[in-house]
Design a protein around this ligand. Structure first.
Ligand SMILES: NC(=O)C1=CN([C@@H]2O[C@H](COP(=O)(O)OP(=O)(O)OC[C@H]3O[C@@H](n4cnc5c(N)ncnc54)[C@H](OP(=O)(O)O)[C@@H]3O)[C@@H](O)[C@H]2O)C=CC1
Ligand SMILES: O=C1OC[C@@H](O)[C@H](O)[C@H]1O
Length: 366
């Protein structure tokens, strides 16, 4: 068997999601039947070298070959790093990703990719100029369950999609959080929309935006409302509808995200002309979905599919990055630049309608 292409990763920051991502990176790809690509962590950068060292000890089994840096710049300059994974709070993604791109590193950047569309456009231009791969880490889109939902959705067995409802809610226990926590701090892009909004939206993008009948059209309308927490003024409860009606498709997504309650089941309902697909919460990493075939309101058949693998689902996006880098691609065909742009355009509009302005100077490009 030919040797797998090995992507050498540098990790930026040592917080919660960086831990999760590295733990999954170190799962043997053969456990998910992947033999063409593999991953190696070669550097970890933190604001404190002690944190980087602790991170390597705890999450990378103390591997002495991994370099610990007390800055992010050290990782960007390291010749043994091919791709950088950025896991800092939302409003830092732009400057961290730009530094990585300027150092000619491929980039996988956590969601939401930037604070706004203008920052994203600036990053895409820089990635093009430096000839590097760039992708938002919308991990859900690469999970086997999502690939299967897309296949059924576009096979035509249920007809075309008409409507979609999706919610992601997490009880963040707001009153116990310090106001400087990234969920509450407006300077870090706090609130429900930027943190949780990508997940209901990813299902709308998969089922509606990507549907062949939509022919790649951007939404024709976005309507939104926000309730803010009096603690710091960030959005606590956000609802938005996204309409796709520019081409052959005429469908609406009703989406919501909340940071003061837990999710309900099912997390996503996609309604087609002749059936429904319901996806179990949590919608960022669902483990099952059910297809109901309908004749009128009568259910004629029902099938539930369940998914299991070693690890927690963050490794599928890493495999995609490795394949794209190996193949010299500038973007993924599963979650390409156009989809991040659709997302950020929608978020800009939702924040505009919800009158949620980030503090002056937080958005680096406007
Ligand atoms: N895909 C997914 O499932 C998830 C994605 N995320 C995304 O990942 C990003 C990080 O979230 P999460 O890991 O939960 O956050 P954490 O607060 O746990 O970690 C963020 C890390 O960023 C670094 N950092 C740099 N500057 C700052 C600053 N001013 N304030 C706080 N931290 C700073 C710190 O690392 P250091 O000190 O080492 O430099 C810190 O540990 C967010 O954008 C979020 O949307 C989050 C959770 C799940
Ligand atoms: O991406 C995420 O998914 C799970 C949430 O708990 C977390 O806050 C968010 O960043």
């Amino acid at each position: 068997m030919p040797k797998p292409f090995v992507l050498r990763w540098g990790i930026i920051s040592t917080g919660r999601i960086a831990n999760c991502f590295v733990t999954d990176l170190l799962v043997d790809p053969e456990t998910r039947n992947v033999t063409d690509v593999a991953h190696e962590v070669t550097a970890v950068g933190s604001r404190s070298v002690q944190s980087a060292e602790n991170f390597i000890a705890e999450y990378a089994k103390g591997d002495k070959s991994i370099k610990a840096y007390g800055s992010y710049a050290g990782v960007f300059a390291d010749p043994n790093v091919d791709a950088v994974y950025i896991a800092t709070p939302h409003t830092l993604h732009y400057e961290n990703a730009l530094d990585a791109i300027n150092a000619k590193k491929h980039v996988l950047c956590e969601k939401p990719v930037t604070s706004n569309t203008a920052e994203l456009r600036s990053l895409l231009a820089a990635a093009k100029e430096h000839g590097v791969f760039f992708m938002e880490a919308l991990w859900t889109r690469f999970q086997p369950l999502a690939l299967e939902v897309k296949k059924i959705s576009e096979s035509g067995v249920l007809g075309v999609p008409l409507a979609l409802q999706a919610d992601l809610s997490v009880d963040c226990h707001l009153h116990s959080l310090p106001k400087t926590h990234r969920i509450l701090d407006p300077a870090l892009g706090g609130g429900a929309l930027l943190d949780l909004g990508p997940y209901p939206l990813i299902w709308a993008i998969l089922a509606l935006y990507e549907h062949p009948a939509n022919q790649g059209a951007s939404p024709s309308n976005v309507s939104a409302t926000m309730l803010k927490t009096p603690l710091t003024g960030v959005d606590r409860n956000t609802s938005f509808t996204v309409t796709f009606a520019e081409r052959e498709l005429a469908a609406q997504a009703i989406l919501s995200c909340n940071i003061n309650m837990t999710s309900c089941q099912p997390g996503v309902i996609i309604r087609y002309e002749q059936g429904t697909i319901t996806i179990a919460a949590p919608i960022y990493c669902p483990k099952s979905f059910t297809v109901q075939y309908l004749e009128g309101s009568k259910v004629t058949k029902e099938e539930t599919r369940r998914f299991e693998y070693v690890g927690n689902g963050w490794h599928f996006q890493a495999d995609e990055v490795a394949r794209c880098v190996r193949d010299g691609k500038s973007e993924s065909s599963l979650w390409g630049h156009d989809k991040s742009l659709v997302e950020m355009n929608i978020f800009d509009e939702v924040r505009r309608q919800g009158n949620y302005k980030l503090p002056p100077g937080v958005e680096k490009v406007v």
